[in-house]
Design a protein around this ligand. Structure first.
Ligand code: PGA
Length: 258
């Protein structure tokens, strides 16, 4: 794992946006896996700003979002499709038919998960998967459990995850759906490269466990230790519980190799 630590979340976002744009320039048919939540908002702002400056072309890009709520329409303001449209897609020249979501309104949710996995395969697999992390160590909606599901699947959301999403539903916990569809751990681990971003003090504890703790299904993000191409991008706050040995300073943030 390569860990890069930035002074602020804006610096982190700008470094990652630069990296995504570089990928796009080298590989116009890039297949991107994308997260939602509060953490990636500065990244999406930075990508939109770079696109406005003419640095990027998304016309041949495919995107796959990590997860989506069950039972709400794509046009619902709390859906992840709405989030992506508001924060990224409507600002860049990505084709709507190339932006892929699990359909939480599908009649047969198992068949929908299989369709989504097949769509990823047909796109050639995910080149770059960007992730956030929950305070409990979840990635996507793969919540801590004795067993994890490998592929896209139906998830019963924990109260913690529903609370964390209440902001997208006007602050009303009762309006947050109780279920979601999520990529599974194998879906994520099959990405050719993975970047996990975390900011703020409330992520410090779980980041220390994810990076240096045991590999366990009780901390789904710890499984990333098994992937050969993972970068963890942190601000100073999220990095504050990492042991400091091995941290060196370099351009674009302090780098900590494990
Ligand atoms: P957050 O969520 O970015 O809103 O903290 C991250 C996640 O739960 O994956």
């Amino acid at each position: 794992m390569k860990i890069r630590i930035f002074r602020t979340e804006e610096q982190l976002a700008d470094a990652l946006a630069r990296c995504v744009v570089q990928h796009l320039q080298e590989q116009p048919k890039l297949v991107l896996g994308l997260p939602t939540g509060r953490t990636p908002l500065p990244l999406y702002r930075a990508l939109v700003a770079r696109h406005a400056k003419g640095e990027s072309d998304y016309s041949n890009v495919d995107t796959f979002n990590l997860d989506e709520f069950v039972g709400i329409a794509p046009s619902h303001p709390g859906s992840y499709r709405s989030y992506m449209s508001e924060h990224l897609f409507r600002h860049v020249n990505v084709s709507r038919r190339r932006t892929h979501f699990l359909d939480g309104q599908a009649k047969d949710l198992d068949a929908e998960c299989a369709r989504f996995e097949d769509r990823i395969l047909r796109a050639g697999g995910i080149d770059l998967q960007i992730l956030g992390i929950g305070e409990n160590g979840h990635i996507g909606f793969n919540e801590p459990a004795a067993e994890l599901s490998p592929w896209s699947h139906l998830v019963k959301l924990t109260l913690a995850s529903r609370r964390a999403n209440a902001g997208f539903f006007g602050g009303k916990l009762t309006d947050v759906p109780k279920e979601a569809l999520s990529m599974g751990m194998s879906t994520i681990m099959h990405a050719r490269s993975i970047v996990l971003m975390a900011t703020g003090k409330r992520k410090a504890e779980i980041i220390a466990k994810t990076v240096s703790g045991a590999i366990t299904t009780r901390i789904p993000a710890s499984l990333l230790q098994l992937h050969s191409k993972v970068e963890i991008l942190l601000d100073e706050d999220a990095a504050s519980k990492l042991r400091s040995e091995g941290v060196v300073t370099s351009r674009g943030g302090r780098v900590h190799e494990r």
